[in-house]
Design a binder for this molecule. Structure first.
Ligand SMILES: Nc1ncnc2c1ncn2[C@@H]1O[C@H](COP(=O)(O)OP(=O)(O)O)[C@@H](O)[C@H]1O
Ligand SMILES: [Mg+2]
Length: 364
C-alpha cells in the first residue's frame, strides 16, 4: 500500500502560478478528492502526482519514495481521465489488456487478471464486444478496468464521470468507491462536483486559485467551513451569508431592528446559515417571501430578512406561499457560522473549531 505526500508543490506557467505551496498527505488506502471550481489547479496537481508534469518546486512522495523526477511508468500508478478514449477497433478484453501488453508484463497471467477484473466490473459477458456495442456506462467500466488491471497501488482519476448522464454518474460513483475500498487502492480523484466529493471522499482538498482553501473530511467541510468560499462551495443551495450590523450594542441582521443575535462575536461581519437549518416557525425572524420552488420532497423558499434578500430556506414538503407573503423563520444557535471581514470563519466557543486533520483519523 502506498501513501502519497505532497510537499509545498508549486507549478509556474510563465509568470502565473497554476498551483502554489500545495501540501497534503493521503494515507495508503484512502480516497482523497481534489475539489474546486474550473481553473483552480486540480488537474495540474494530479498531473504532477502522475508524473505527466514536473513541479517548479516542491516534492512528491509515493510510498515514502521521492518520485518527483521519476517518469509515470516508475510511479506504480494507474490513471483514468474524462476522455477515456477506448480503442474502437479492439474488443473489450483487448482494450483492458492493452497496457499490460505495452509494458510487456507476463502473458501467462493475462487470463487470470482479465477474469478477475471482468468479474469485479460486471464485464464478463461483454469481453468480445467492440466499444461501439457498449452503453456509456459500460464503456466507462472498461476504462476503469484498464486502470484496475494494472494492480497499481495508487489510482489517479480526473473527472472520470463528467461525460455520463446524472443517473449513471450516481451509479458509477458508488462503484468506484466500492472498488477502491475492496482493493485498498490509494485514490486521488479530481472533480468540480461537490456532491461527488462529499459522497466519495475520506478527505477533501478544496482548492481555490491554486492554493488549498481547506483540507478536511466531508463532515468537517460541511460542519466547519474555514472560510466563506468553503461555506458556499458545499451544499445545494449553498450556505446563506447574511450581513450583520450593530443593533442595541450587539449585532443583528442588517436592516432588521429590534433583534440582537446573542452569541454573535463582536468582530463578525456575516452570519452563515444553511438552508436546511432554517425552519418556518411561530417565533423568530420576520421574512418576506421572494419565490418558492417545489421539488417533491421539499421546497426551496427564497426570502428577504431585513435588507438581506436571496436567503434560501429548505422546507419539507410543498410549502405554499406567494411572493410578498410574510413568514417567520428560525434556526438553532449551534447552526450559526460567523465570518470576519476577511471572510475567515470565527471559531465560536463550544463548537470545535478548525482542528488539524490527522491522516490517521481519516481511515478510522
Ligand atoms: N500547459 C499550461 N500552460 C499554461 N497555463 C496552464 C497550463 N495548464 C494549466 N494552466 C493554467 O493553470 C491553471 C490551473 O489549471 P488546471 O489545473 O487545468 O485547472 P482545473 O483542473 O482545476 O480546472 C489555469 O489557470 C490554467 O489556465
Ligand atoms: Mg481539470
Amino acid at each position: 500500500m502506498s501513501n502519497i505526500v505532497l510537499e509545498n508543490l508549486t507549478k509556474q506557467y510563465g509568470d502565473a502560478a497554476a498551483i502554489e505551496g500545495v501540501s497534503f498527505s493521503a494515507p495508503a488506502g484512502s480516497f482523497t478528492v481534489l475539489l474546486g471550481p474550473s481553473g483552480c489547479g486540480k488537474s495540474t496537481t494530479l498531473r504532477m502526482i502522475a508524473g505527466l508534469d514536473t513541479p517548479t518546486s516542491g516534492r512528491i512522495l509515493i510510498g515514502d519514495r521521492d518520485v518527483t523526477h521519476l517518469p509515470p511508468s516508475q510511479r506504480r500508478i494507474s490513471m483514468v481521465f474524462q476522455s477515456y478514449a477506448l480503442f474502437p477497433h479492439l474488443t473489450v478484453a483487448e482494450n483492458i489488456l492493452f497496457g499490460l501488453k505495452v509494458r510487456k508484463e507476463p502473458a501467462a497471467d493475462f487470463p487470470r487478471r482479465l477474469d478477475r477484473v471482468a468479474k469485479l466490473l460486471g464485464l464478463t459477458a461483454l469481453l468480445d464486444r467492440k466499444p461501439s456495442q457498449l452503453s456509456g456506462g459500460q464503456q466507462q467500466r472498461v476504462a476503469l478496468g484498464r486502470a484496475v488491471i494494472s494492480e497499481a497501488p495508487v489510482c489517479l482519476m480526473d473527472e472520470p464521470l463528467s461525460n455520463l448522464d446524472a443517473q449513471l454518474r450516481h451509479e458509477m460513483r458508488r462503484e468506484i468507491r466500492a472498488l477502491q475500498q475492496s482493493l485498498g487502492i490509494t485514490m486521488v480523484y479530481v472533480t468540480h462536483d461537490q456532491t461527488e466529493a462529499m459522497s466519495m471522499a475520506d478527505q477533501v482538498v478544496l482548492l481555490r486559485q491554486g492554493r488549498i482553501e481547506q483540507r478536511d473530511t466531508p463532515d468537517g467541510l460541511y460542519a466547519r467551513p474555514a472560510t466563506e468560499f468553503a461555506a458556499r462551495f458545499i451544499g445545494t443551495p449553498p450556505m446563506n451569508l447574511i450581513d450583520l450590523a450593530g443593533e442595541n450594542g450587539g449585532l443583528g441582521i442588517a436592516g432588521l431592528h429590534g433583534i440582537t443575535i446573542a452569541s454573535a462575536p463582536e468582530q463578525a461581519k456575516r452570519l452563515g446559515v444553511r438552508p436546511e437549518h432554517i425552519r418556518v416557525s411561530d417565533q423568530g425572524y420576520p421574512a418576506v417571501v421572494e419565490s418558492v420552488e417545489y421539488f417533491g420532497a421539499d421546497s426551496i423558499v427564497v426570502c428577504r430578512i431585513g435588507s438581506c434578500s436571496g436567503i434560501a430556506v429548505r422546507a419539507p414538503g410543498h410549502l405554499r406561499a406567494d411572493a410578498g407573503d410574510m413568514l417567520t423563520v428560525a434556526w438553532r444557535p449551534e447552526d450559526q457560522h460567523f465570518f470576519a471581514a476577511d471572510a475567515a470563519a470565527i471559531s465560536v466557543p463550544g463548537r470545535s473549531g478548525a482542528e488539524s486533520l490527522s491522516p490517521e483519523s481519516l481511515l478510522s
